[in-house]
Design a protein around this ligand. Structure first.
Ligand SMILES: Cc1ncc(COP(=O)(O)O)c(C=O)c1O
Length: 392
């Protein structure tokens, strides 16, 4: 019998892609579905980025780029990270990757041995857990609770560190909760990482999508952290460029050769003309980003108010990203059952909280990266469905 590698038994998935495919299959049968499962901005990439990429194609920039990225983009990223995150980055520490996801792969492959422990947020982005298991390491979940404003509890985090802990992954603003870590949280996490000599990967892909004055602070900017921190960020969310597949890492000098070798061994480089477009996105006018965040904020308010008006649903006000993560236990249904029934019986596609870890069991994730009209329609459908439940 032909067989596949044993390690495929430990890889996970990102269920958003599968759930979305199922919803589209229902639509193909004529069903009306409102999509609230999709984790990408519904806006267009800024026109100056598209024009720059088109020009690059016409000028023949269709060949390999340097493996770490084109110099103009590495310089733009280093300047942006220095200005916005307060992380003094040299272009030599910047790697352009295929999606922010590339950074996760390289950080985990490059730093974690079989038998090591990796602390990951739960609920959190599922690929952290999947890749950790894939390399034969152990996932140690740090619970992220609504009662704590979807911020991790630093004392609880401290209790999870063991001599085997190699890497700590944090994500602020967070998917799926919209939680944002405070400066005090980050200072306490930094002290812990330094005390136990841990690597930290900080996923800051939603860093520019914050509300109500919530401050985005990079843990890499805190004293003693730059040398142990990998910053993950990218173009997907900030500039509505998910299909361009461009992310970046800022790494300490000690990891420059690790990231370089892993990129050469996997993708050689990110697409050249796309990188030219990304330079324009990052260095050009930022009005589109600002307008997008203003619209997301209005949608957030609409969704959170609408959800809280439904008996059995409690939704906290997210301070970042474009997700709401309501507790639906008051409906009498676990999040996963509610999500499934909403899709089939109400025509609303959301994700089960458990798609992000066991601590999400009472929740569903709603992406509000869709029009207010769609959101209003979806809220109406959810409300009618929940009203029809025996104990709803
Ligand atoms: C927290 C988080 N990190 C990283 C990514 C991956 O981004 P990219 O599309 O750039 O690979 C996502 C995408 O959903 C995300 O939610």
């Amino acid at each position: 019998m032909m067989r596949v590698a044993a390690r495929m038994g430990s890889i996970g998935t990102e269920s958003a892609f599968e759930v979305s495919a199922r919803a589209r299959a229902l639509e193909a049968q004529g069903r009306s579905i409102v999509h609230l499962e999709i984790g990408e901005p519904d806006f267009d990439t800024p026109v100056h980025a598209r024009e720059a990429a088109k020009r690059a194609l016409d000028e023949g920039q269709t060949h390999y780029a340097p493996f770490a990225g084109i110099p103009a983009l590495r310089e733009a990223i280093a300047a942006d990270v220095t200005a916005r995150k307060g992380v003094a980055a040299d272009p030599s520490q910047v790697f352009v990757t295929v999606g922010g996801k590339g950074v996760m792969l390289y950080a985990i492959l490059g730093l974690v041995d079989p038998g090591d422990e990796v602390i990951v947020p739960d609920p959190g982005y599922p690929i952290y857990e999947s890749l950790t298991r894939f390399v034969g390491a152990t996932v140690v979940p740090i619970p992220i609770r609504m009662a704590n404003d979807f911020r991790l509890d630093v004392d609880e985090l401290a209790s999870l560190v063991t001599p085997r802990t190699r890497l700590l992954i944090i994500n602020s603003p967070a998917n799926p909760t919209g939680g944002v870590l405070t400066r005090a949280d980050l200072e306490a996490i930094a002290a812990l990482a330094i005390r136990h000599d841990l690597w930290v990967m900080t996923d800051e892909i939603y860093g520019r999508i914050t509300y109500d004055g919530a401050e985005h602070i990079s843990i890499a900017s805190l004293p003693g952290m730059a040398e142990r921190t990998i910053v993950l960020d990218g173009f997907s969310k900030t500039f509505a460029m998910t299909g361009w597949r461009l992310g970046y890492a800022v790494v300490p000098p000690s990891l420059v050769s690790v990231f370089g070798q892993l990129i050469i061994n996997t993708v050689s480089c990110a697409p050249t003309f796309a990188q030219v477009g990304a330079v324009a996105a990052m260095t050009g006018p930022q009005d589109d980003v600002d307008a997008m965040v203003v619209e997301f904020r209005a949608r957030r308010d609409l969704v959170v108010a609408g959800l809280n008006a439904i008996p059995g649903i409690r939704c906290a006000m997210p301070l970042g990203a474009f997700y709401a993560f309501p507790d639906v236990s008051g409906t009498g249904l676990p999040g996963a059952v509610l999500a499934e029934r909403l899709l089939h019986e109400a025509g609303v596609c959301v994700l089960a909280g458990t798609a992000f870890g066991g601590y999400g069991a009472d929740h569903i994730r709603i992406s509000y990266a869709t029009s207010r009209e769609n959101l209003t329609e979806a809220l109406g459908r959810i409300r009618s469905f929940v009203d029809g439940l025996p104990h709803g």
